[in-house]
Ligand binder design. Structure first.
Ligand SMILES: [Zn+2]
Ligand SMILES: [Zn+2]
Length: 295
């Protein structure tokens, strides 16, 4: 089974590592790779205190690199105006408790993701039968319990706005997790895609080493509703983004990105969905509570 859509090399645009430890995507958007996962910084360089936004919070051990990049990019002691979580998987919330406390900032997320972020629920068990390469590599970093940022947690507004990111809106892209969101800026068609699709094969050590540009569905091990995941890719493909930053892998841009995204949406069941596995026949859903388990 093909598990990726090949992408024309012209789509790959990884900027060099800047002096602040991030890689630029646009003038006011940059990302930093922590082992296998990306965190994104939004706000112009030298924005100053409470004038920028952190999107996602890396893995355990990411704190000092995030703090260093924030200081270098936005100014000494510059705290963000908010943290936006695309979803609550452990590789996206690694140091969110620490950062929320230290910076005393609101943490914005989709209400369906709230149980995983206030300590009240764990994700459904992952499915190791669909490919565990990423998970095997990350296993020393697994947290033991769901995070609890309830003191700082806020629901993203129903009107689709992103409070600390004017010009952006959030888009519900469930499937990989029930409350996953992508972030979209229409003005320059920039997409922060979370794990709705990714640009590296998390299940394959070979692909990670070779780093050919390619498009994949969401990391399989954690995806609990494949029909929803397909609709989410269709939604994002219809946006026809100019550039996309994903939770894992390098950003892609231009017509080659759009073409690959359309192909992924079209061939999603063949390319992205595992041939078998715990959630292929019976998805975990928010509606019947099966997406939530006791921690
Ligand atoms: Zn995830
Ligand atoms: Zn992820």
């Amino acid at each position: 089974m093909a598990q990726q859509i090949p992408v024309d090399a012209a789509a790959e645009v990884e900027a060099p590592l800047g002096s602040d430890g991030t890689r630029a995507v646009t003038d006011d958007l940059a990302y930093q790779r922590h082992a296998i996962v990306n965190v994104v910084f939004h706000g112009p360089p030298d924005a100053g205190d409470r004038s920028w936004t952190l999107i996602d919070a890396g893995i355990m051990g990411s704190k000092s690199a995030i703090l260093k990049a924030a200081e270098a990019r936005f100014g000494a002691g510059a705290r963000p105006a908010g943290i936006v979580l695309t979803h609550g998987h452990f590789d996206h919330v690694g140091v969110v408790e620490d950062l929320a406390r230290e910076w005393d900032v609101p943490v914005w997320a989709h209400p369906l993701e709230r149980p995983y972020l206030d300590g009240s629920a764990a994700y459904p068990p992952p499915d190791p039968s669909v490919g565990g390469g990423l998970m095997a590599r990350l296993s020393p970093l697994y947290p033991r319990a769901p995070v609890d940022v309830s003191a700082h947690l806020r629901d993203l507004p129903e009107d689709g706005s992103v409070p600390t990111m004017p010009g952006w809106r959030w888009i519900h892209v469930p499937g990989h997790s029930v409350g996953q969101v992508a972030l979209w800026r229409e003005a320059d068609r920039t997409l922060i895609a979370a794990d709705a699709f990714v640009t590296t094969a998390q299940e394959s050590a070979y692909a990670v080493a070779v780093q050919e540009p390619e498009l994949h569905g969401p990391p399989m091990y954690f995806t609990t509703d494949w029909a929803a995941a397909r609709r989410s890719v269709e939604t994002l493909a219809a946006l026809a983004p100019e550039r996309a930053v994903t939770g894992h892998g390098r950003p892609l841009e231009g017509e080659a990105l759009r073409e690959a995204l359309r192909a992924l949406a079209r061939d999603f069941d063949r390319v992205a969905v595992p041939e078998g596995g715990r959630y292929v026949e019976a998805p975990a859903r928010a509606e019947d509570g099966s997406a939530y388990t006791r921690p």
